[in-house]
Design a protein around this ligand. Structure first.
Ligand SMILES: [Zn+2]
Ligand SMILES: [Zn+2]
Length: 268
């Protein structure tokens, strides 16, 4: 745990009393994370506290954190697998995959619905294992920064550690636009689940183009003027519009004309 603490101190290197109180204060990543985790923790404590596995609360904190990271990583793998296999979930997850130039900010490029569901599930899993709120914030901050590194446009595979950890290069394969890479490397932090369930990509030293092929997805074409506001709004409504269109087609089309569904990443 001591190795985790410098991450927070980088954002707040000095004690607050060393500065005059500012009239306006920027909201840091830690503040937003703390507020969100606090909000979820309050809901859990009020309505779901009976789910807490009390005996785990007596284990050393390091063991609880290790257990929670491994468990939440497995749940993350399963959730990610569902997002690629269930078309309605995929339409939300497509926002994350639509990035053509991976960078650290891709790690925060999620549809708001996907973000809220995954963060809520993670915080509730931590609370069920009797991990307190400050610890959740520290662990979440570390995992958030690791996710940013994974999405960075770097060609790094970590040597022998690639047998255990997800690396920037293995996650790039997951974002690849090439069909031979589809539905591979679902892992978030550890690749052991991919190896265990046969979804690990065992190809060579590749660095493919990224993105999705759906011609209807509203990708960014320019960074000027009105489109800076319009494109994110279109991406926000994209899953709902696509699901509504699929439902219309399903109920309008006679059963005899029904076709095999296209692969999810190509689906219009
Ligand atoms: Zn994915
Ligand atoms: Zn990703």
């Amino acid at each position: 745990m001591p190795t985790l603490l410098p991450i927070l101190s980088v954002e707040h290197p000095c004690q607050p009393q060393q500065y005059p109180k500012p009239r306006f204060r920027a909201i840091s990543t830690r503040d937003r994370l703390l507020a969100y985790v606090d909000f979820l923790a309050a809901i859990y404590d009020r309505y779901l506290a009976f789910l807490t596995v009390q005996p785990l609360g007596r284990l050393p904190i390091s063991l609880r954190i290790a257990w929670v990271i491994v468990l939440s990583d497995f749940l993350g793998y399963f959730q990610h697998w569902l997002q690629h296999r269930v078309s309605w979930f995929w339409h939300f997850h497509a926002v994350h995959h639509s990035q053509r130039e991976l960078n650290a900010l891709t790690a925060t490029r999620y549809h708001i619905v996907e973000y809220l569901v995954s963060q809520t599930a993670t915080v509730f899993a931590f609370k069920m294992l009797a991990v307190n709120t400050p610890t959740i914030v520290v662990v979440s901050a570390v995992l958030t920064w690791y996710a940013r590194f994974l999405h960075s446009n770097v060609r790094a595979d970590f040597g022998l550690l690639q047998w255990i950890l997800v690396t920037p290069q293995s996650h790039r394969i997951h974002h690849s636009i090439e069909e031979r890479h589809y539905d591979r490397n679902y892992g978030t932090y550890f690749c052991i689940w991919d190896r265990l369930f046969g979804t690990h990509y065992t190809g060579g030293n590749e660095f493919p183009e990224t993105g999705i092929k759906d011609p209807d997805f509203p990708v960014e074409k320019t960074i000027r003027g009105w489109s800076l506001l319009r494109t994110p709004m279109l991406q926000l409504v994209y899953p709902f519009v696509t699901i509504a269109r699929e439902l219309r087609q399903r109920f309008a089309r006679p059963p005899a004309e029904a076709k095999e569904p296209a692969p999810l990443r190509n689906a219009a």
